[in-house]
Ligand binder design. Structure first.
Ligand code: SF4
Ligand code: SF4
Length: 80
């Protein structure tokens, strides 16, 4: 018999698009491939990242660690 535990914690990110310079480090280093660069431009002409799916993000904050401009961070929160 297989017992599947329901995920009680989900991850999410906060993105400050205006600080982003579109380097793509966050997209490249995200271990779950939860991010992509947006089609949209910020006011500096760069493509900031967007979350592809909340389900993919585990809140590890690797994106925040690698971002040179403090434009993104990840966090964990309890699932409702
Ligand atoms: S918090 Fe972790 S899983 Fe979520 S987008 Fe950032 S690097 Fe990816
Ligand atoms: S690592 Fe930071 S500056 Fe680079 S694309 Fe991601 S959010 Fe933008």
């Amino acid at each position: 018999m297989t017992v599947t535990k329901e995920k009680k914690v989900i991850g999410s990110v906060v993105i400050t698009a205006e600080r982003c310079k579109g380097c793509g480090f966050c997209v490249e280093f995200c271990p779950t491939h939860a991010l992509k660069l947006s089609e949209q431009y910020n006011s500096k002409g760069y493509h900031p990242p967007v979350l592809i799916s909340r389900e993919l993000c585990n809140g590890c904050d690797i994106c925040g660690i690698v971002c040179p401009d403090f434009a993104i961070y990840g966090f964990m929160k309890k699932k409702k």
